[in-house]
Design a protein around this ligand. Structure first.
Ligand code: FHN
Length: 598
């Protein structure tokens, strides 16, 4: 008997020492040092998923964006009203989402074709959207005596959706956050203490990462203020990974993010880039992970007056655009204080789901397009298959695809049994004969089954002069190099913006059949405090243009900037390059038009 007791004490001691050693090594391990193979394996589900739901939900949904006559608030309500924190806290007593139905939310995401959900566990206002044991500034202070994150975690699990948290590093409510707000009347007289704050934040993250099951992504935000440092970011990255080693952490855990462009400016920490409210002009090649997060209207948090909803077509084409560049699309909903996802959001998600029901094969598990630019739309690919997402349906029923591969079969993804006729394109490429009308006005997918890796060929430019000799070059038809970006504004008008560096440039490749002398007109907008100079080059000639600012970034005018003598027919490239920038950026460019000079 005595011998058995000794053995069982010995075994349990070994077990306890192993567990402690394991925990210590987990906390001390530098997870940033994983092998490329380990990283690829950990990122695999994210790379394949391509499409997620962002949820910004908090007590800021009680005022619903409106306060004392102003109607443009969202989740930054406390910061923008600068109301005393003690006043803001009263919204918690009014937050009672009696209509919240986690299963409904999870089904809405699933039916839209979304593979993961990222919900705010804590936004900048510091309010915990779960029952925290570390503060009563959380759901426990509301009449809603349940835990919405626990319910949503369970519902997502049931629907096979990866559950993820958004957690703000910056905390306007906590007295120890380094940049304390003057209106934080609940803070003590003692100065903030970032070490104490970091321990508090780690404590809440431990609650979230040990109490809500496997978490796919820790989506940090609010890293930009000075009290947060790169070193704190590395430490937090390792802490989070020590709790769930397989978790993915975005690049806002540290200080490496290059503004709203979202990508790492070098030596950052975190697993992927986070462009916000924009889609990069080009992808970043294999092994560089990124995800564009965007709103459906103009707000992240619920704003009852904001009815400026993007169309379902715009949302579908944004998803395709991200996938065609090897990135993910994280599309936001801002639920009400009653616990409902706004109707217009639900409608658009249902339309996206109907498109995904037919075409998800062309999104999930695909990699970036082999083409720099396609005149008719975008492309995604899998080994042996090109998925052509056609936005502009060819009027002549002929789709020119610039590949020289042997095409074994071409078909509409919506009608895989009907093969489409193929022919060789003049000057290379393959011509696919397509039905008279697109089967989906938002985007119709044509599949090319090809032998081997895509062999891209240069083909004759598709931009051509009109019958009167006018050559119109639109923003969406440009090939963009550097950080400049194509933006879709309300009314689906598109312009190229974010020209902030000399490396940013745009080019149009066009076919000139009617040479001559042309007046060059530019349709652009430029904030009064911005602008600068650019060169416009074509046919060996160069115009240097000084920008005359307009009323605002949204005030577009057409200005004649000079003349070009293009005396040779054939392919031409027109390029615009910044020479010097004043203020925020060069301009928002909608179009360049070459009109035959009188
Ligand atoms: O300040 C936040 C904002 O409220 C929102 O959460 C977005 C979404 O990513 N991120 C920050 C702004 O860049």
């Amino acid at each position: 008997m005595r011998r058995q007791r000794v053995i069982s004490i010995f075994v349990s001691t070994i077990a306890m020492l192993t567990m402690v050693a394991g925990t210590l090594s987990a906390v001390e391990k530098d997870y940033t040092k994983e092998t490329p193979e380990e990283r690829t394996a950990r990122m695999a589900w994210f790379q394949d998923a391509r499409f997620g739901m962002f949820i910004h939900w908090g007590v800021y949904s009680v005022p619903a964006g409106e306060w004392k006559g102003k109607k443009d608030y969202g989740e930054w309500f406390l910061e923008e009203t600068k109301m005393p924190v003690s006043e803001y806290e009263k919204f918690a007593q009014q937050f009672d989402p009696v209509k919240f139905n986690a299963k409904e939310w999870a089904r809405t995401a699933k039916n839209a074709g979304m593979k993961y959900v990222v919900i705010t566990s804590k936004h900048h206002d510091g309010f915990g959207m779960y029952r925290s044991g570390l503060t009563d500034w959380c759901i426990a202070r509301t009449p809603f005596q349940r835990d919405p994150l626990k319910e949503l975690a369970a519902a997502c699990k049931e629907e096979g959706i990866v559950f993820c948290f958004y957690h703000s590093i910056m905390d306007w409510h906590h007295p120890d956050w380094g940049t304390r707000r003057a209106w934080n009347d609940k803070a003590p007289a003692t100065p903030p203490n970032m070490d104490r704050y970091t321990e508090y934040m780690k404590g809440q993250l431990k609650e979230l990462l040990t109490g809500y099951g496997p978490i796919g992504i820790l989506w940090f935000d609010g890293e930009w203020e000075d009290p947060w440092t790169h070193d704190r970011g590395v430490d937090l990255y390792n802490y989070v990974r020590s709790l769930q080693p397989g978790i993915i952490v975005n690049n806002r855990v540290g200080k490496g993010r290059a503004g709203m462009g979202g990508m790492d400016k070098g030596q950052g920490v975190g697993d992927y880039g986070t462009p916000e409210q924009e889609i990069p002009a080009n992808g970043f090649g294999p092994g560089v992970y990124w995800e564009s997060c965007m709103t459906m209207n103009g707000h992240w948090g619920y704003n009852k007056n904001d009815q400026n909803w993007k169309s379902a077509g715009t949302l579908i084409q944004s998803l395709i655009d991200c996938a065609s560049k090897g990135g993910n699309y994280l599309l936001n909903v801002g639920p009400t204080s009653e616990g409902l996802i706004p109707g217009p959001s639900v409608e658009r998600l249902a339309e996206m789901g109907a498109w995904m029901k037919v075409n998800s094969e062309a999104i999930y598990g695909t990699t970036a397009s082999p083409f720099k630019k396609l005149a008719f739309g975008k492309c995604t690919q899998k080994p042996g298959r090109l998925y052509l997402h056609v936005f502009e349906w060819p009027k002549d029923g002929k789709l020119l695809v610039p590949v020289s591969n042997k095409v074994k079969k071409a078909f509409l993804l919506a009608k895989p049994v009907e093969s489409l006729a193929l022919a060789g394109g003049e000057g290379g490429g393959v011509i696919v004969s397509v039905p008279a009308a697109a089967s989906d006005p938002n985007a119709t997918v044509i599949v090319l089954e090809i032998d081997g890796a895509p062999a891209v060929v240069a083909t004759a430019p598709t931009l051509k002069q009109a019958a009167d000799g006018t050559l119109s070059l639109k923003a969406a038809e440009a090939e963009i190099t550097g950080g400049a970006k194509l933006e879709t504004k309300s009314g689906n008008e598109q312009n190229i913006g974010f020209w902030t560096s000399p490396d940013d440039s745009v080019q149009w490749a066009a076919q000139l059949t009617k040479p001559g002398t042309f007046d060059v007109e530019v349709n652009y907008a430029c904030d009064p405090k911005s602008g600068g100079k650019y060169t416009l080059n074509a046919g060996g000639q160069k115009l240097t243009v000084t920008i005359a600012p307009t009323q605002s970034w949204g005030d577009f005018v057409t200005s004649k900037v000079g003349q070009l003598k293009l005396e040779k027919a054939g392919a031409i490239t027109l390029e615009i390059k910044p020479v010097e920038k004043v203020g925020e950026g060069l301009m928002n460019l909608r179009a360049v038009v070459l009109k035959p000079a009188p």
